[in-house]
Design a protein around this ligand. Sequence first.
Ligand SMILES: CC(=O)SCCNC(=O)CCNC(=O)[C@H](O)C(C)(C)COP(=O)(O)OP(=O)(O)OC[C@H]1O[C@@H](n2cnc3c(N)ncnc32)[C@H](O)[C@@H]1OP(=O)(O)O
Length: 209
Amino acid sequence: MKTLAIIGAGDLGQQIAHFALSDKHYDSVVFFDDYTTQDQIKNIPVLGTINNVVSAYNNNQFDELIIGIGYKHLEVRKTIYDTFKDQVPFGKIIHSSCYVDQTAKIGQGCVIYPKVNLDANTEVKENCILNINCTIAHDSVIGSHSFLSPRVAIAGFVNVEEQCILGINATIIDNITITSKTQLGAGTVVIKSIEKQGLYVGNPAKFIR
Ligand SMILES: CC(=O)SCCNC(=O)CCNC(=O)[C@H](O)C(C)(C)COP(=O)(O)OP(=O)(O)OC[C@H]1O[C@@H](n2cnc3c(N)ncnc32)[C@H](O)[C@@H]1OP(=O)(O)O
């Protein structure tokens, strides 16, 4: 019997719970959430707030932890990960429909949604979310705490640094580096490395703020 704890019982947390159970990575799920007043959400018990996580783990109420906080709060995602990484084991979910080359590396705390492709020598660092249908080509790296929306396409030898938000259908050509905390809008096409943090949109990608 293996139980997953998810921090955040909102939409993302509920999606992670769905994959955890339906794709049979865990036998049961519990939530921790600082905002809900409900004691269960969609039949999943809410065991308390974030302050209760360590004691619940020490009381054997769950086995592994994943963070269900999304792209609007990546700094919070990172802070929570750093707070708990030496106290509680993080899990990871790689949906069974993904193609993951045997040389690919995926860090703790990651959730890899259905039909993601991870080619040879790719690396997804800890605490990332990769949404449905993303394709990461050979030798590319996704930095920690990043959020990739559906169908992001990344060519070979790309380095996306930490805490990036890549919008749906964003495309990055080969041999590009994207600096940390960069956000790409939907459908953005990156053809030159991005060195200045901010929000980029369009084809080719342009800085807007
Ligand atoms: C499973 C899931 O659902 S995961 C989530 C998936 N969702 C996404 O990927 C959403 C991505 N978000 C976007 O693309 C948004 O449009 C953002 C974040 C880039 C900008 O949103 P806002 O801050 O509201 O900016 P706003 O809509 O005011 O646009 C600012 C300017 O950029 C332009 N713009 C906004 N988005 C884009 C885009 N994707 N491509 C090209 N131009 C764009 C707008 O036309 C506007 O131009 P103007 O100033 O000349 O009128």
